[in-house]
Write a protein that binds this ligand. Structure first.
Ligand SMILES: Cc1ncc(COP(=O)(O)O)c(C=O)c1O
Length: 389
């Protein structure tokens, strides 16, 4: 009998990844011959704009792009990022010391805790939240403390309600606006207050702005529009959702110089950066943001208007949202998120994400991701309407 080799213990800290479980349910249903409409995963169905793909194809053929890239991000990309922040937010970032390229923002989010946390430290993670905030915290042997995002507070953490003892122990506080899964947006008052709190209690802020460009009316703020933010904060940005480029794996983090420098150091020791052709394509996308993004934004806005109207007609309570392609809603009848999602799958062949999968405070809610084409989305809405709850 062959000997079973022991594995490390840390990996057992992770529950099975949420979307894996949902994918399993979906493929089981599909094996039975059913056509499932999946509104479960936040991956746009729309192709990357053709000019970006054409630009990339040319870059792929250039020998100059075939060597190891500069892991911090090449100068062209970092300059385009800085120029974009100036145009989009009116904020100034130094492309040399305040910008770091990432292989997707998920990568940076997972590595950041290694820079700021020690064993036993505490990180505050909103509940509900994108699951990847926990990754680096758990691998740093630090503790996760949740703060609830409640509907009555516009899905912003109630900063006055957080225990002062917890704030004193906290070294890192994750924020995500526009928010996944709730679609909430943060205002200037909130950012100003949390920056003040971070300075008072000495903790870092990590603001995840992955959905900043999928907005409906008012462009969401960057945390760096608030004076003093660079003393305590970094902000993650990504081409993934903005340009429908999730598979390209390109993002960046901007902000506090110490974090940018040290995260760059960690990454030099772990990865060698993203393929230069991809970095240059991201720069090209950002340089032409004004051309590519408004039509994509409009698609998600129109989808949202129609889908939300249909859900409301079917008795759902839909939470207001200023951005993202997510609809966060409560079903017509009070029931657990999981029960609701499984009932929808059985009765209508529509797969959504249970709110409880993003944390206990998501219980009772369901997240719909508007990432299928218009006719499928309309079909899903019709099918949901027919469910007898
Ligand atoms: C809130 C949030 N942040 C970050 C990411 C990661 O994006 P990427 O790694 O593609 O930049 C996602 C992906 O779904 C997300 O939902």
């Amino acid at each position: 009998m062959s000997k079973k080799m022991p594995l490390g213990a840390k990996i057992n800290k992770f529950p099975p990844y949420l979307f894996k479980e949902l994918d399993k349910k979906r493929s089981e249903a599909e094996k039975k011959g059913r056509n499932i409409i999946s509104l479960a995963v936040g991956d746009p169905d729309i192709a990357t704009p053709v000019p970006i793909a054409r630009f990339a194809a040319k870059e792929v053929l250039k020998k100059s792009n075939h060597s190891y890239p500069y892991s911090k991000g090449n100068a062209k990309l970092r300059n385009s990022i800085a120029a974009w922040h100036k145009r989009r937010y009116g904020t100034k970032v130094d492309p040399n010391s305040e910008v770091l390229a990432l292989i997707g923002s998920k990568e940076g989010i997972a590595h950041l805790p290694f820079i700021v946390l020690n064993k036993g430290d505490t990180a505050i993670i909103p509940n509900p939240a994108y699951p990847a905030y926990k990754t680096g915290v758990l691998l740093s042997d630090a503790k996760v403390s949740g703060v609830p995002l409640k509907e009555e507070n516009g899905f912003l953490p109630d900063l006055d309600a957080i225990d002062k003892k917890l704030l004193k122990k906290t070294k890192l506080f994750f924020l995500n606006y526009p928010n996944n899964p709730t679609g909430a947006v943060a205002d200037k008052k909130f950012y100003t207050k949390i920056i003040k709190l971070a300075k008072k209690y000495s903790f870092w802020l990590a603001q995840d702005a992955a959905y900043s460009e999928i907005y409906f009316n008012k462009p969401p703020l960057s945390i760096f529009e608030i004076p003093g933010a660079k003393d305590v904060a970094v902000e993650f940005h990504s081409i993934s959702k903005t340009f429908c480029m999730t598979g390209w794996r390109m993002a960046w983090v901007i902000g506090n110089k110490d974090i940018i420098r040290e995260l760059g150091k960690l990454k030099e020791n772990m990865d060698s950066g993203q393929f230069n052709a991809v970095q240059l394509s991201a720069a090209y996308a950002l340089d032409n943001y004004e051309k590519f993004v408004p039509p994509l934004r409009k698609v998600f806005y129109e989808r949202r208007k129609k889908f939300v109207a249909a859900l409301k007609e079917s008795g759902w309570s839909v939470c207001p949202s200023g951005a993202s392609f997510f609809v966060w809603a409560r079903p017509p009848v009070k029931m657990s998120s999981i029960k609701c999602v499984y009932k929808m799958l059985e009765a209508s062949d529509v797969l959504a994400t249970p709110g409880s999968g993003f944390g206990s405070a998501g219980e009772g809610y369901v997240r719909f991701s508007l990432t299928v084409n218009d006719s499928l989305l309309a079909k899903a809405a019709r099918k949901i309407k027919k469910i007898k709850w």
